[in-house]
Design a protein around this ligand. Sequence first.
Ligand code: NAD
Length: 371
Amino acid sequence: VNVAVLKETQAHERRVALVPVLTEKLTKLGARLHMQSGAGDASGLDDSGFDDVVIMTDRTAMVGAADVVLAVQAPAVAVVDAMQEGAILICFIDPAHDAVLLERLLARRITCFAMASIPRVTRAQAMDALSSQAALAGYYAVLLGATHLPRVLPKVTTAGGTIGPAKVLVMGLGVAGLEAVATAHRLGAMVEGYDVRPDTAGQIASLGASFVATGVDATGKGGYARALTPAETTKIDAVLTTHIQQADLIITTAAIPGHRSPRLISKAQVAGMKMGSVIVDLSAEGGGNCEASVPGETVRVGGVSIAAPLNVPSRLPADASALYARNVFNLLALMLKDNVITIDWQDDILAHTAITHAGKRVTPKATTPQK
Ligand code: NAD
């Protein structure tokens, strides 16, 4: 089975879908590995470090001979057009926002697996790229916030006096939020967390943080959140505004599957924040949790710095690639045995993750995410 690894072409994408530690495992399953020259460069992985991998400079030739193509982002249309009919593509792809590519995948009869569609069930955890990448983003958000703050996070005692710890508020306590809480706590900040799912209170208590209780429970299907009613928003704002005003650093990570990012901080609330305080909005891809966020930029509104970075995992490309490549490997290992690809459509993970197969759109079956 010929497996081809693409060099990413999207701006600011520094990850790669294969790391050297996995080549032996893939070869044992029967893969003949090919990689585009320089694919690992931005992750600090030189071509020479990939044993048992044929390094190719001609992308079209590499892709044309491949049974499986691995990538991080959705590839260019030219890549899909160069693929063999019926070959497999594994990457992050959002068919709802890429109609042209979807049409080509169907026309070329490509079996495409979308990494963001891995079901959130226990057996699929080792393939859950959304979670692995979100954990890194949560960590990075705290460090990014710290560099914008005019003060330190921990309590610092000197002969001349003591500085108290900074107050950090993390809004949205999913995978990224919990990692942000843990990171801020390790750096010595006083950490508070908030989520519309009250279940998260116990989770952050074990990380040394306190929960801001608002009396609203918006736990939705499968452990995700549901959208709030206007009355609930008013009730929450009344409690949260004080905590927003007292925070030195706020990290927001709130998301509702299938919706734009919920608005957690209004412009009026930003105006009430402390001079020099910082917001790091991790939901820039979905439009942002703060009304004043500008996706992809860091802006100053009054005395408040608001960073809304895009593709945060890509800023930690070595670890993000290592985890993503392992997620992809674990998915591929479900299909690749003894040098043969067999797709078991009864397997929930494969059936749920595929978006196209044999010229048809595969509609995901409902699976229930677990905590
Ligand atoms: P997510 O990225 O969808 O959302 C991030 C957080 O934002 C969630 O905790 C959500 O409750 C919160 N949120 C939404 N609207 C909000 C609002 N208005 N105010 C405050 N917070 C708001 O979440 P995620 O990180 O993907 O995790 C969601 C759930 O899925 C969690 O319970 C997590 O433990 C679970 N999960 C399960 C698996 C698995 O079983 N394999 C894997 C990953 C996550």
